[in-house]
Write a protein that binds this ligand. Structure first.
Ligand code: ZN
Ligand code: ZN
Length: 547
């Protein structure tokens, strides 16, 4: 079977993979490229996606870097089904229309500029109408439900714990009478993220696509991150200043609403105005409220107790432009949460224009900032950034809080991967910047001895053929220094608690495995393992007595 890597390889955006089995062609994800002219140029010519010949699309989740080109595909002749979870469809209804609107506005702006220069008008990638039309072809699937799509191809969606409705996808294909299993991790969430459930664990697979957004980072724990946010808010309160948070409309915004609500509820900060200034985020929050079946236990417990964590008197949702503008007249200290998350468009740009130059203001980056975006320039320490044709000085406090990320960090990714029990697993590392994906690939080869590689854009591979030794791209790897694998060196205290968490997880995993093996009637652990465990236990006891 043939696969072609059409996006989300050596970059975080544009996720799309073409799979081809005989005459059957389908895509997993069909995302938009974002971050700079070169990448975005790829959105225009998508003939190589074979829109007319595709049978269906499997969609992991609603984020535009996974779903954003679907309306364009329909415009160019695709007429199959898009299969996703119900919450993903609900979110796509607002997100794809919003994306169509942005495309129309941008084309209009380019047209005006082009015509002034004596040139031609510009056409949008797709319109709101195109987006609406494409939504009619979406078909929903429940988590854990096995769907036989056609002879020899069945799929199952499992919770990826990344955003509402997000899924990892398992695909079983029959190849010459033998069943093989392909797994797409999708964007993989964190284990202690609020609202959504934890990522599912998968043990079986022959080929895996593994995301690597934070493949070179270790996040701080959630608790530490909340402490940091608390300190930032307290400082802003002291200085009568504002905290500005650029946030992705889906999940990050709701996560922050949830967290700030908890801080107020517990009396750790006073009741301050918290503006949610993004129509898309407001619509997304409504969708969250409509899909409680996707919530984790903690959120469900709050709901049962009669409290909706996404509704509090301090939270002010501003939908209209007038309401949005009025925020600037509110001189009280408070918070403004707005999109887009990478500061490339949307109302957040207005708030940045008002606050970046103010020394007392705090800008808190909580999501991934892709190369080439305004957000990345701010994080990288630019002295000025250009907004609305004006150079704005960056004088505000800039913070990056990785612990609010909706993506697993290096440890989380490796831990999730460790559950696979096929020693011959082939791993394609995707959805990460080139160096990050390469580094993670190397770690996977070293730690698990899986065949791991980082495909190129538009590269073709054949799966399940005679086994070939994957030759790592040595020249590229030589430049990859050890210390780059983990960019953030953590403090000893932090490392200790991370180690404890790790120990805890490993211990639970071992117990699970041993239980499973025993239920299968196998002797586990065997004497060798038992001896090793005893040694470890002795060391731990010794450590404890020394402490
Ligand atoms: Zn995502
Ligand atoms: Zn993504």
């Amino acid at each position: 079977m043939r696969v072609e890597f059409l996006g989300g390889v050596r970059t975080v955006t544009g996720s799309a993979t073409l799979l081809e089995k005989g005459s059957l062609k389908w895509l997993v994800d069909c995302g938009m490229f974002q971050g700079g002219k070169d990448l975005e140029g790829r959105n225009r010519s998508i003939r190589h996606y074979y829109p007319e010949d595709l049978s269906f699309i499997l969609l992991t989740h609603a984020h535009i870097d996974h779903s954003g080109l679907i309306p364009k595909l329909f415009k160019e002749g695709f007429h199959g089904k898009v299969i996703c979870t119900k919450a993903t469809l609900d979110l796509c209804e607002v997100m794809l229309k919003d994306s169509g609107h942005i495309q129309e506005m941008e084309a209009e702006w380019r047209s005006r500029k082009g015509k002034r220069a004596g040139g031609e008008g510009a056409t949008p990638l797709y319109t709101v109408k195109d987006a609406e039309r494409s939504l009619q072809y979406f078909q929903t699937i429940g988590y854990n439900e096995v769907l036989q799509i056609t002879d020899g191809v069945k799929v199952r969606f499992q919770d990826a714990g990344h955003i509402l409705g997000s899924a990892m996808i398992e695909i079983w294909v029959e190849e010459e009478g033998e069943e093989k299993k392909i797994v797409f991790s999708g964007d993989l969430g964190n284990f202690d993220q609020p609202i959504v459930r934890d990522p599912s664990l998968i043990e079986e697979g022959d080929v895996l696509w593994l995301e690597s957004t934070y493949g070179n980072r270790l996040h701080k724990s959630r608790e530490e991150t909340v402490q940091e946010l608390l300190k930032i808010i307290q400082e802003a309160l002291r200085d009568q200043a504002k905290v500005i948070i650029p946030a992705f409309a889906v999940e990050r915004t709701q996560d922050i609403i949830f967290t700030v609500g908890q801080l107020i509820r517990k009396g750790r900060i006073p009741s301050i105005p918290v503006y949610i200034d993004s129509p898309l985020a407001i619509s997304a929050t409504e969708i969250f409220k409509r899909n409680p079946d996707c919530f984790d236990e903690e959120t469900n417990a709050l709901l049962l107790g009669g409290e909706n964590p996404l509704e509090r008197p301090e939270i002010i949702y501003t939908r209209t432009t007038e309401e949005s503008k009025a925020i600037n007249e509110d001189s009280r200290p408070g918070m403004i949460i707005s999109a887009s998350g990478m500061c490339d468009s949307g109302r957040i740009q207005h708030h940045l224009k008002h606050h970046l130059w103010r020394e007392a203001s705090h800008i808190v980056m909580i999501g991934y900032q892709a190369e080439g975006t305004v957000g990345r320039r701010i994080v990288d320490g630019a002295k000025t950034v250009r907004l609305f044709g004006e150079e704005i000085a960056v004088k505000a406090h800039i913070h990056t809080l990785g612990g609010f990320s909706a993506h697993a960090d290096q440890k989380g990714l490796l831990e999730w991967l460790s559950h696979f029990n096929n020693p011959r697993l082939e791993v394609f590392v995707n959805h990460g910047e080139e160096k990050t994906s390469m580094g993670l690939g190397q770690l996977i080869r070293e730690q698990f001895h899986f065949r791991a590689s980082v495909p190129q854009w538009k590269e073709t591979r054949f799966l399940f053929g005679p086994e070939k030794e994957i030759v790592p791209e040595t020249a590229e790897i030589e430049n990859f220094a050890q210390e780059e694998r983990v960019e953030k060196v953590s403090a000893p205290g932090e490392r200790l608690s991370a180690l404890f968490r790790d120990l805890d997880r490993n211990y639970k995993r071992l117990r699970r495995k041993s239980k499973k093996e025993r239920s299968r009637g196998k002797a586990f652990p065997d004497s060798r393992w038992l001896k090793q465990l005893e040694e470890i236990n002795e060391k731990l006891e010794k450590l404890e007595s020394e402490l």
